[in-house]
Design a protein around this ligand. Structure first.
Ligand code: BDR
Ligand code: CA
Length: 309
């Protein structure tokens, strides 16, 4: 099994990522840490707790983290995720509270207290917590197994023509994370826009006949409507779940080695991930960029895991 810390901002697709991780016997969720992004820290933390309640996994600890980006004002994604962060779905009331320990402290302790090379960080929101953690404890870099993050894009953004949301919200944090010398896979829009939930997927979730299945059907229904209205897409990309699916079945994503720089200054390009895909580009040896994924396998992996919850 792969031990992960899911650092998230639920968020419809963060909820799917968490359910996928909980439903897979190949993944063990050591902790869920939350960060302000799709909605305020308070809301996304409540959504994480509600998701664990839905999955009957309230023994997994939730730690709230940074409530704003390192250097900028928080910009939430209420257009895509609604006022609650997961509009359209009602989760069971959690019976647990978030733990007192700050997410950044938990990330550091979890990685440093376990054997080197055993903990995978899976950030699916702005990179504020991860940047803060690695600044406070630089030895994280050699201790984590790898970082598999949802964020960025090579061929055009979503919140701006150039930038993807998670990077655009906190580009300074992303810059810190991408500059570290740790194995990092950037799962950006180039790959995640190949995991578009269509009507058949919604029906398959509903057909599971479980509380998780019907919550998923509601969630995907609302997410699809918002994506159609805001971005004109025919379905909803399940961005964040692509990270977990790759950990469940390595090789699901098509990746290439490429150094990535984060644009911090551009008038039109702030938050852009500039991946050097030129054939002669020197690899930095540690960063990989996902450019595609095996769609059929993705849906099989997801539905298998959901059926176990
Ligand atoms: C990313 O932004 C958020 O809205 C989603 O949860 C995902 O992490 C996609 O750009
Ligand atoms: Ca997210």
């Amino acid at each position: 099994t792969t031990d992960i810390i899911l650092d998230c901002d639920p968020g419809h697709d963060d909820v799917v990522a968490l359910l996928l991780a909980l439903g897979s016997p190949r993944i063990r969720v050591l902790a869920v840490t939350t960060v302000a992004g799709n909605q305020t820290l308070e809301k996304v933390t409540a959504n994480a707790l509600g998701t664990l309640a839905l999955a009957g996994a309230e023994d997994v600890a939730v730690h709230a983290g940074c409530d704003r980006p390192l250097a900028r004002e928080l910009r939430v994604a209420a257009d895509i995720h609604g006022e609650s962060g997961i509009d359209g779905v009602t989760l069971p009331a959690p019976t647990r509270e978030p733990r007192e320990e700050h997410a950044v402290d938990r990330i550091i302790a979890e990685v440093m207290d376990r054997p080197a090379g055993t903990v995978t960080l899976v950030p699916t929101g702005p990179l504020t917590n991860i940047a803060a953690a690695v600044r406070r404890e630089p030895r994280l870099v050699e201790r984590v197994r790898e970082v598999v993050l949802m964020g960025g894009a090579c061929r055009g953004g979503n919140v701006t023509p150039a930038a993807e949301f998670n990077i655009h919200v906190d580009p300074e944090a992303a810059d810190v994370v991408f500059r570290q010398d740790w194995p990092l896979t950037m799962v950006g829009l180039d790959a995640t826009h190949q995991a578009i939930a269509d009507e058949q997927v919604v029906a398959a979730c509903g057909g599971l006949g479980t509380a998780v299945g019907s919550a998923m059907a509601d969630l995907l229904g609302a997410f699809r409507r918002n994506y159609r209205d805001v971005q004109g897409l025919v379905g909803a990309p399940l961005h964040d779940a692509c990270t977990i699916a790759e950990l469940i079945e390595p090789g699901l994503l098509q990746t290439v080695a490429a150094p990535v720089a984060v644009e911090l200054q551009g008038e039109h390009t702030t938050g852009m991930t500039v991946a050097d895909l030129r054939p002669q580009a020197p690899s930095d040896g540690t960063t990989r960029v996902a450019l595609g994924l095996d769609r059929d396998r993705f849906w099989t992996i997801l539905l298998d895991a959901l059926a176990r919850l």
